[in-house]
Design a binder for this molecule. Structure first.
Ligand code: TYC
Length: 118
């Protein structure tokens, strides 16, 4: 959000001090550091053997999709060969890929997913 550079406390002048905007306290530097983290796509790959219902279950369980959205993504992957499950920071993306691959392996399905920089 943009704000006036003179408003060093970032409160938009809404201090409720009567409107004089004279304040005592610690001077703070106007916004420094804080970089947005790089984001990563989790891609799901099609194969001929993993059951459609299993892929839908994974998308619901690990990618927080509702049933309709999970079905849409699964069908997209089934038809196009690859699709995006979601976009996350690296560690979150890695965790979701590991959860997906672990469950697939437990059920002996060849389902694959990968991480790609956004
Ligand atoms: N192609 C699979 C089938 O016909 C379904 C499937 C969809 C598999 C998406 C993997 O990522 C996938 N049973």
């Amino acid at each position: 959000m943009k704000r006036n550079d003179d408003d060093k406390n970032g409160n938009g002048g809404q201090d409720g001090n009567g409107g004089d905007d004279f304040e005592h306290g610690v001077a703070v530097k106007n916004r420094a550091k804080t970089k947005k983290p790089s984001m990563y796509k989790v891609l799901m790959l099609n194969d001929d053997y993993t059951p459609m219902e299993f892929v839908i279950h994974v998308l619901e369980q690990y990618f927080s999709k509702n049933h309709k959205e999970a079905t849409r993504i699964m069908l997209h992957v089934h038809q196009k060969g690859v699709g995006v499950c979601g976009i996350f920071t690296y560690e979150v993306a890695e965790t979701k890929v590991n959860q997906t691959m672990d469950l697939a392996q437990q059920h002996q399905h060849p389902l694959q997913c990968t991480i790609e920089k956004d």
